[in-house]
Ligand binder design. Structure first.
Ligand code: FES
Length: 448
């Protein structure tokens, strides 16, 4: 395998080489029925469907739209979120489990419908979740899928360069080019870029460009930026994962994901094979691109790395996103977060639910995704332990979000927070929230 990685630690994904429409910053104060904060896929789809419904709305984005995790997805649009049917059934029962799958199927169908008029390399593909050595997990999943009314198929032989125990296949899922899709979707939407939300005063949001008074506010900022309500700093943690785009590697027909945590994923885009994996909790060690490179070196001898990128996902306590009212005490404030690496369908589910809720309509899927559901899951203790350890660790620099000790990430030359996943450049510039500002001393933070 040829090595052609550039020295740039923040390489863009293959999707990010197309130009998106640009939008002006907000100038002065505004009033609106619905304010959406965050210009990723979830916020943009909310804006699209609200505008289509004739609702007065506007969206603000602190940078440019679709330059965060939306630009770094692998863009698999599938109901099959790992071997999740079995977990859904055990954790939530048959009715809620079925509703989860139905919501994601409805999301897939909305993408399919939109892609009829939006050229976005949309392709109907089967999805597969494979297991290296746990055939019984595949059998359990097939039984659970049957019970929930989404029959899957067992496939023994896969076009992957290693042996497996087989896979569970769901037919007629999809993959696409997310930024080609958005380039068309966002045109004409009421969007203000370079406009950051700085504070909430009831239903007024202070931005660095003016105040916005809104009847309803949707926070779609990846990690929710308002700490005071909803306890999202307890309910979420973040994961980093890595992608290599390989030229001259055999393509795969379909989308393939390992059931095991830390496993690999595969999909093709045109003549590139997108190899994903190397995951770890943000601020911790993990395989990263090195793991993917060694895999490619062994299995794809003639391949060349055309691009590489990393992304970051918010993980909820029970692997179901938080979509709905921000908290019980904040009427008119809504949230969409915790997509657990399934950002494309979860963004569309968010738009389906939140567009209804802000119009005072009921949505059949809302109870499944309610952010106020029980937090008593084992992951809560793990998140609490991690925060306590890093709050007590007496090293600098500290994270401006809640004061945890930051860790130096030599792979990407960033300061990463193990508590909730904020990230900063070497010079201290904010890369990923929930922190909302740079490190205090932009120069020489490594010498603190
Ligand atoms: Fe919360 Fe760093 S992201 S303390």
């Amino acid at each position: 395998m040829a090595h052609t990685m550039a020295g740039d630690f923040f390489m863009d994904s293959i999707w990010m080489n197309i130009s998106l429409p640009s939008f002006p910053p907000l100038e002065g104060d505004r009033k609106t029925d619905v304010l959406i904060i965050g210009g990723g896929m979830a916020g943009l789809l909310c804006a699209y469907y609200l505008k289509k419904a004739g609702v007065d709305c506007l969206l603000i984005e602190s940078d440019r739209v679709a330059q965060g995790v939306t630009g770094r997805t692998t863009a698999k649009v599938t109901v099959q979120h790992g071997l999740f049917a079995h977990t859904l059934l055990r954790r939530f029962g048959a009715e809620k489990g079925r509703m989860y799958l139905e919501a994601n199927l409805a999301a897939l169908e909305r993408y399919r419908e939109l892609s009829k008029t939006i050229p976005c390399d949309f392709e109907t593909k089967d999805s597969y979740v494979y297991s290296i050595d746990h055939p019984q997990k595949l059998e359990e999943e097939l039984r659970a899928l049957d019970q929930l009314g989404f029959p899957g198929e067992f496939v023994r032989r896969l076009p992957l360069p290693f042996s497996t125990a087989g896979a569970v296949k769901l037919r007629d899922q999809a993959q696409f080019h997310p930024l080609r899709f958005l380039a068309a979707l966002v045109s004409g939407l009421p969007i203000y870029e370079q406009t950051a939300a700085r504070a909430f005063h009831g239903k007024t949001v202070l931005t660095d460009r003016g105040r916005i008074r809104a009847e309803n506010i949707i926070v779609a900022t990846h990690f929710p930026i308002l700490n005071k309500h909803g306890a999202y700093f307890l309910k979420l943690y973040q994961h980093r994962s890595y992608v290599l785009a390989l030229e001259n590697a055999p393509p795969v027909d379909g989308m393939y994901v390992d059931e095991a945590e830390g496993g690999l994923s595969f999909r093709s885009y045109k003549d590139l094979l997108l190899l994903g994996g190397g995951d770890h909790r943000t601020g911790k060690d993990g395989g990263g691109w090195a793991e993917l490179k060694s895999f490619a070196r062994i299995h794809y001898l003639d391949a060349r790395i055309a691009a590489r990128w990393a992304t970051q996902d918010c993980m909820s306590l029970d692997a179901v996103p938080y979509i709905g009212p921000y908290s019980k005490n904040t009427p008119g404030l809504y949230v969409a977060t915790g997509f657990n690496k399934w950002g494309m369908t979860s963004s569309m589910v968010s738009a389906m639910i939140l567009a209804d809720l802000v119009q005072g309509k009921k949505n059949p899927y809302a109870p499944v995704f309610s952010p106020s559901r029980s937090i008593w899951r084992p992951q809560l203790a793990a998140n609490g332990f991690e925060s306590a350890m890093n709050l007590l660790r007496p090293t600098a620099p500290r994270c401006p979000h809640m004061g945890c000790a930051l860790r130096w990430n030599p792979r990407e030359h960033t300061w990463d927070c193990p508590c909730h996943g904020s990230r900063f450049t070497e010079e201290g510039r904010l890369l990923e929230n929930p922190a909302t500002g740079d490190l205090p001393q932009k120069k020489d933070v490594r010498s603190q």
